[in-house]
Design a protein around this ligand. Structure first.
Ligand code: HPA
Length: 245
């Protein structure tokens, strides 16, 4: 079986408890990925880990080389990617500290390299993105969360904003009217690039705060309060996911 790729988000620059097998620098036609690939073993299965913001968390959401990251994982025969991403909760049931498994996306980002199909490329493909996440991998994540007795929300629309700043209250109100249930800065173009490369990609969102205007006035301390616990939930989820295969 091919290895599982994990793209770590804010708060997840390493996966404790993993047996590290080797580290590999990947070269891609799109430039440098966010860091070397870490090949690890968990419950007898190979996992390849890549931290989206770099190992020292120095790459902001609008500067991540999403094309290089997806390409690097594909080049070492990863066929499935679990993308971990911190989000703010918009819908009332998106509680900080819980996980969420979005099933839809609205993209508000701009100016990012968002496709492998550029002018001059041999062919252009308009990939079907009606269902942006891989249904089977998403369901597998949900079942594993239930099995591990984690607290999670099984659906929702992910609104991808440009960042790196947080949103205004009016922007969140607009996103809510649009139908967004959670907000994050890195979900796009990552998901679309994975689809262009025909990879099974699903998102495990970690709700770290209520979005602007939806909860505490101090979003940063809310994020700080919930990030660590949220990432511990992610580790439990990944273990349950691997053990169930
Ligand atoms: N907005 C955007 N991205 C985020 C948030 C938020 O409130 N929380 C964590 N990532």
């Amino acid at each position: 079986m091919s290895s599982l790729g994990i793209i770590g988000g804010t708060g997840l620059t390493s996966l404790n408890g993993l047996e590290i097998l080797r580290r590999e620098v990947a070269y891609t036609p799109y430039g440098e990925p966010s860091g070397f690939l870490t090949f690890s073993r968990l419950a007898g299965r190979e996992i390849v880990f890549l931290p989206r913001h770099g190992y020292a968390h120095t790459i902001p959401p609008h500067r991540v080389n999403y094309r290089a990251n997806i390409w690097a994982l594909k080049s070492i025969n990863v066929t499935r990617i679990v993308a971990i991403a911190a989000v703010g909760g918009i819908r009332g049931d998106m509680h900080p500290g819980w996980l969420a498994f979005p099933d839809q996306i609205i993209d508000y980002t701009h100016g990012r390299e968002h496709s492998y199909f550029e002018s001059g490329t041999e062919r252009i493909e308009h990939v079907d993105f009606s269902h942006p996440y891989d249904d089977s991998l998403r369901k597998h994540l949900i079942a594993s969360s239930a099995h591990a007795q984690l607290r999670y929300v099984a659906n929702g629309t992910y609104g991808a904003t440009q960042g790196p700043r947080l949103e205004t209250i009016a922007e969140i109100k607009r996103m809510e009217r649009d139908g967004c249930d959670m907000v994050g800065m890195t979900g796009m173009p990552e998901a679309a690039l994975a689809r262009e490369q025909n990879l099974a990609y699903a998102c495990c969102a970690v709700i770290t705060n209520r979005a602007a205007g939806k909860g505490s006035e101090d979003i940063h301390s809310e994020i700080e309060q919930h990030l660590k616990h949220g990432m511990e939930q992610v580790r439990k989820l990944l273990l349950a996911l691997i053990e169930s295969e």
